[in-house]
Design a protein around this ligand. Structure first.
Ligand code: HEM
Length: 174
């Protein structure tokens, strides 16, 4: 069966690792009480991870647009192909929307982002106390949608592997 390209496979697993790390750090850091040095450090790491995801998302999208995904197996029902396609579109949307919402939230809160502590990123939004809670809620909600989408994505992959045994999961494995 036709596989994904090595580049697509690398970008897929790199995105997965970075998102898991950013997500875990996100839920950990917001639960640290007060404003400790550890909390501030985690916030910075979280932002750097998220900006890295955004950069990789751009590369992924360019790669995907220039390298079509392998076709689904012919025996896969139409509705499942449509559902897979819709879920993949949602995941692509989220890997852009989540970092962008976090970035805008940080700016609205009056905290410019300095990538890796070295590269100051553009301040495209002035501090904005009205937008701040809205962007925070957006960032949170998009993350909960991501959690649901990733669970579905993993369950579908496992179904292909253990129930359908159609090789669909193997073609994204390194
Ligand atoms: C893949 C990228 C990202 C993921 C998966 C992610 C995930 C999360 C999660 C799960 C939380 C905890 C939400 C909560 O429980 O309240 C969070 C909080 C936060 N994120 Fe992100 N994030 C990403 C990117 C970014 C980026 C790029 C920035 C900024 C440059 C950012 C800034 C923040 C901030 C400031 C908070 C704290 C919200 C608060 O004040 O409670 N995030 N993120």
């Amino acid at each position: 069966m036709e596989r994904y390209t090595k580049t697509a496979i690398s970008l897929h697993w790199l995105t997965a690792l970075l998102i898991i790390a950013a997500f875990a750090l996100g839920v950990t850091m917001v639960d640290i009480p007060g404003l400790t040095p550890t909390k501030l450090k985690y916030f910075s790491w979280h932002k750097w991870l998220g900006i890295t995801v955004l950069g990789i998302a751009c590369l992924r999208l360019l790669w995907r647009l220039s390298h079509p995904a392998p076709a689904y197996p012919f025996q896969m029902p139409r509705w499942q192909q449509a559902a897979a396609h819709a879920l993949h579109l949602l995941l692509y949307f989220l890997i852009f929307a989540i970092p962008v919402s976090g970035y805008l939230y940080s700016l609205a809160a009056g905290v410019p982002v300095v990538y890796l502590g070295v590269v100051p990123l553009p301040v495209i939004l002035a501090p904005n106390p009205e937008l701040k809670p809205l962007l925070k809620l957006t960032h949170y909600t998009l993350n909960m949608i991501l959690l649901g989408a990733v669970i579905l994505h993993v369950l579908a992959a496992l179904k292909h592997h253990f129930i359908d045994r159609d090789g669909v999961f193997k073609r994204i494995l390194p």
